[in-house]
Design a protein around this ligand. Structure first.
Ligand SMILES: [Zn+2]
Ligand SMILES: [Zn+2]
Length: 124
């Protein structure tokens, strides 16, 4: 430890989610901002979603990729909440929530390279 640990930006909340109030975090792999929340009350899912709202066509494309979509409920006086967009919710009609989808990671997990010498981490 050199003590030169980079401080995370103040908007970054790296703590684990305890409820469906989304926190802005960075994807550990591609370093893109993501929304992270526990969605659902029973067997809540630890969700990492992309913050960009989707239109209907983009949501369909995301679902065809096997990604789940969520409603981002924003209220002027309440903290935002991330809720699962189940079939009932979609069937109930056009809701006014922002729709976001599971984070689409642009970086694949680093492949194991048993022969390559480990490179020093120069990112930090
Ligand atoms: Zn909704
Ligand atoms: Zn990612």
């Amino acid at each position: 430890m050199t003590g030169a640990k980079r401080k995370p930006p103040p908007w970054l909340d790296t703590s684990l989610p305890h409820n469906d109030r989304p926190r802005t975090q960075l994807c550990p792999r591609c370093r893109q901002p993501i929304l992270r929340a526990l969605v659902g009350h029973v067997a809540a899912l630890d969700v990492r979603a992309d913050p960009q709202p989707l239109d209907t066509r983009q949501e369909l494309a995301a679902r065809l990729q096997g990604r789940s979509t969520y409603c981002l409920r924003v209220h002027p006086h309440l903290p935002p909440r991330l809720i699962h967009r189940g079939p009932e919710h979609i069937r109930a009609g056009h809701c006014r929530h922002l729709v976001v989808a599971d984070h689409h990671c642009t970086r694949k997990p680093a492949p194991a390279k048993p022969c390559a010498a480990p490179e020093p981490d120069r990112l930090f």
